[in-house]
Design a protein around this ligand. Sequence first.
Ligand SMILES: [Zn+2]
Length: 172
Amino acid sequence: MTTETRPRRPSTLAPPSEAVPPPPPPPRKAEPRPFLLDFVPLEGESDTRLARFFQRLREGQLATTRCPRDGALLWPPRVVCPTCHTEELAWVDLPSRGRIYAFSAVLAGAPLGMEADVPFAVGLVDLEGVPLRLFGRIEGRPWNALAVGMEVRVEPYDVGDGRFFYRFRAPE
Ligand SMILES: [Zn+2]
C-alpha cells in the first residue's frame, strides 16, 4: 500500500491571510567528505587519542610519541608502544627541517580535495637529527625543480574544514 500523496494545489479560493506559509527549508549543512576517501584524520579529543598531535600542528609544531621504557621514537604517533605495549607514551616535538630522500609527482588521480592542485609533489623526507622518514606533500617549487637531498621545512596547513595537517616546503 502506498501512502504517497499528491502535492496540493494552492487554493485560489482562500484569501491570502489564511494561506499557510511553507515551512522554512532546513539549514544547509557543509557537505561531509566520504569517510573512506578522506585521508585527513578526524582530529578532535572525542575522535582520537592523538588529538595532541593536531593541537601541536595548529601551534606550528610537528610532534610525535616516544616510549619512555625503551626510548623508541614512534612515527606516526601511537597510543600504544608496539615493542613493550605500554600506553604511557610521552609527547616530543620533532625538528622542523629535513632533506628529501625521494620524491614523485602526482599528475592524475589526486586524493579528494586535491584535484585542483595537480600536478604536485609528494616525497619522503628524512628529518634532521632523528631517525624518522616522513611521507608528505612537498610545496614551494614545481615537482621537476626538486632534488634528492634538498632541504625542506615542515609546515602545518589548514585543510579548510577546521582540520590541520602537515606538508613540506622547499626553498623557492
Ligand atoms: Zn616501549
